[in-house]
Every structure is written in structure tokens, then in C-alpha cells.
Design a protein. Sequence first.
Length: 268
Amino acid sequence: MIDLTEAQIADAKANDLEAVTAVVAATEERVQQLARRYATGSGRTDQDLVEDLAQIGRIAVWESLARFNGKTVAEFFTFIDRTLKGTMSDERKEATRQGVSRAVAADFERALSLASGDAYEAEFLVTTTEAMGARKMSPEMAYAARLSYQGLEYLDAPMGSGPDTGEAMTLADTLADETGVPADLLEPSDYEKARRKGTSVKVRKVLSRLGEHQRIVLMALTGIVPVDFYGTERDGELSAAYGIPREQIRVSRNKGKDRFAELWLAAA
């Protein structure tokens, strides 16, 4: 990229074919890097999407030349980088939004950023008031949003190399190591169940670190066993069932949410 000159950029803006070719060649490495980044999620890379995004990126470079108003090479590459990120991000969202609305997909990606890219943790976080406020989803919608973002998980999806052998491992190999079940006896749903169980265990570990009242009140919000579902409209019944003064329930709920969010992020 450092070989590109201001004169070449100016000529490319004027549709000089040789200069445009030079610009496309100079930005190819960045196009490939971003294509791979935006085609990777949940530990796997969609190679078909990498190719699609790379092609879309090259076209975006060409089409954006006329919109560049700067002069220096540094300004140009900053502009191109911003253009590529916006274009590929939008395209990846379109490619992965299957069966849910744009607003739901956008909310899920907000939770995904809080979960450091872990789609399964995002599925939990997007159902919580502390993470999403009034835009929290039902568990069913969160599940649909994750599947929409993630696509189908296949047991032959690559998961890097084994720590001992250095050989390529798949989802099936990884799950087989964790469960002791032979890979050829596993189903795709088994991997999902294992990940969901891991999230459930983490939730309970975080809850165990809260005070008794905060823990009970938060578990009552969604009915986490062994506490029944009380939501926020049955504080009187919750007070009677667990001996928590009614005037303390709202305080415990608010403080508990803040403390839960703090401990959850610390454990990430």
C-alpha cells in the first residue's frame, strides 16, 4: 500500500484504468483481511462469505474513488478502510439475517459486543434487562437471533489444531474430547446443548456470588430453578414466599442487576 502515490490516486479518481488497477492492487491485502474478519464468527470462518465479501470490497474501492475528497495517501487509506468496514459489515448482516427483523439482528449484535463475540453468551445477555434495557428479548427470540447471526453449526466446522497432535480439529472432535462420546455418535444439537449448559453453569456461578436477597430476586425475574417465576409484578407474593421485606425487593433487584453485570463481565 505504501507504493501508491498521490498522483495515482488523482488519476484513479479521473477513471484512468491503469491508476484504478494500481489502487485495487494496493488495497487488496486490506480487503482480504477485512473479508476474513467479517466472515468469521463463533470460532469458524465461512470461506464462501470471505470470497463474496472480498469481491464486494473490491467493487466498493472502485465505486468510492469518486467520493474521496482528500489529497494524501494516508487520508485515502483511512477513507478506504472506513468504507470497506461499513460495506462488509452491512453485507455480512444481510447474509446472516435469516428469519429475524433488522432491529432484532441489530440488538443481538449489540449483545454480541458485550459478550466479546461469544454468540452463546450474547443469547443469554440479550434476554436481560441489565444488558438491553427495554429492548430485551424473550428466550425464544434470542435463540432465533443467534441462529440467524450464526447460521447452522456443523460438526465438521474447523476449530483449529489439537494442542497435542497439531492436527486439524472439528467441532465434533472438540466435543468428543469434552464429553468422552465418540465423534461419529454425536449430533449437531449435542454441541449446542453443551454450549448452552456451559452458559447456564456460568450464570449460576455468578448468581452464587450475590447476597441471598439479590440472588433470589434476580432468579425470580425469569424463574431460574429452584425459584419460581415472579417477574416484576408479583413482589408481594415473592415477599411472602421468601420472607424478603417488600420494600427491599426493588432495591435488591436494582443493585443485584448492577452487581450481576459487573461479575459477569469480570468472568468473561
